[in-house]
Design a protein around this ligand. Structure first.
Ligand SMILES: [Zn+2]
Ligand SMILES: [Zn+2]
Ligand SMILES: [Zn+2]
Length: 400
């Protein structure tokens, strides 16, 4: 199948020339084109539809610039058989001296906090614990298509007469890096055709909206009078000729006096080359679960270092089943199941699950009148969460 109605064959041998002001075309008529829609130059033009165009594999698309989502091919069956062997790494804890170093470091990072408390506070207990951070990522690809158009400058037009356009999911494309969001745009081969520009009806120009095609506008400096009243140093009023215009009108700066402006849609070429654009979006869907048993805010665990206990990357992961902490197993199952049911308008490419152990130690401390207070040291970085630090603000500095 070659062309549908309304298609114009490409004319690669005729070098196209854009319209320029003061060049070609009938003189502007101030009565013609005053109506909305003709001067598509100054505002957004109507979205163009190509209902009369028949591109194989690309029927029923929306107007230009509006992408429509494409359902992906059916997913492969879920993995079956026994899950791969999962081995979990042992985890380490922070002791009392680590916690002392951590609180001293914490104090030094807050310039107004006094150092005495950090050095002198008495630890009545140090309870090491482990927070667990499970993340599940599903890396998927969405494809959508829509018409795009560019000014036609006489270049080669690769239309359906050159071959069948590949269906959208058959266009080869790969992500540059797994688990990174990315967008790639392609012009689909054999989908181009040339059309008269809808923004100017093929003329290459539109009537200037500012002067309505007259090429001249009323002078703003003298309100069109051609003269201005000026007050001299003795307070007497005099009429002077306006320096900005001649007789109250001046040349329109929008069109340079021509009355017409170059069509922005076709940049003056009068014709557009339309084609199907394929948009490939790589999306990383990320969900996580934090098991943290102290009164410290759980989300602090998300951004600190820990030790990987288990990591797995494969097209479809098995949920963690055999970790000694039951909540981890059940939340892994829930998230894997949730991702299996989600993103169904995308093609799933790869999954990755990571279980990290993040050390957390809860320290109970006394310092002067502050009895039985707590802080938490957490992460490989030994960060400290200590909302009750006794020497905050600048009175801490005075003690020094
Ligand atoms: Zn004037
Ligand atoms: Zn003008
Ligand atoms: Zn145009």
């Amino acid at each position: 199948m070659a062309t549908g109605g309304g298609m114009m064959p490409g004319a690669p041998n005729q070098p196209a020339q854009p319209w320029r002001p003061g060049q070609g075309g009938p003189p502007p008529n101030t009565n013609d084109g005053d109506s909305e829609g003709d001067s598509g130059d100054e505002g957004p033009s109507e979205p163009q539809k190509f209902n009369d165009v028949n591109i194989p594999n690309y029927g029923n698309m929306g107007p230009v610039g509006q992408m429509s989502m494409l359902p992906p091919p059916p997913p492969p069956p879920a993995p079956s058989g026994p899950p791969p062997d999962m081995r979990f790494t042992e985890i380490s804890v922070m002791g009392e001296s680590d916690c002392r170093d951590a609180i001293i470091q914490f104090q030094s990072e807050h310039c107004c906090y006094g150092s005495a408390a950090a050095k002198e506070m008495v630890f009545s207990s140090c309870v090491p614990m482990t927070a667990l951070h499970y993340t599940l990522e599903t890396y998927a690809e969405a494809r959508s298509t829509g018409y795009k158009s560019k000014p036609y400058r006489g270049e080669f037009v690769d239309g359906p007469e050159n071959g069948q356009p590949p269906p959208p999911w058959a266009v080869p494309c790969e992500a540059d890096q797994l688990f990174k969001n990315q967008v790639k745009l392609f012009e689909v081969p054999h989908t181009s055709f040339v059309k008269q520009c809808h923004g100017c009806r093929g003329r290459g120009w539109n009537q200037c909206r500012r002067c309505h095609g007259r090429g001249r506008v009323r002078c703003g400096a003298c309100n069109g009078r051609g003269r201005k009243q000026v007050c001299d140093h003795e307070g007497n009023m005099h009429w002077h000729d306006c320096h900005s215009c001649q007789g109250g009108v001046r040349r329109c700066h929008q069109c340079g006096g021509d009355g017409r402006v170059t069509c922005r849609t076709c940049e003056g070429f009068g014709q557009l080359r339309a084609y199907v654009e394929l948009k490939v979006e790589y999306k990383n869907h990320n969900d996580d679960y934090i098991l943290e048993q102290t009164d410290m805010p759980d989300e602090l665990i998300r951004d600190v270092g820990g030790k990987p206990v288990f990591e797995q990357t494969m097209p479809q992961v098995w949920p963690i089943m055999a970790y000694p902490v039951a909540e981890v197993n059940s939340n892994s199952q829930n998230l894997v199941e949730h991702h299996r049911r989600s993103f169904n308008d995308e093609r799933k490419l790869m999954q990755r699950q990571i279980l990290r152990a993040v050390p957390v130690t809860e320290v109970k401390w006394d310092w002067k009148d502050n009895k039985g207070r707590r802080f938490w040291a957490y992460g490989n970085e030994r960060r400290v969460y200590c909302p009750d630090y006794p020497q905050q603000c600048c009175w801490g500095c005075e003690i020094l």
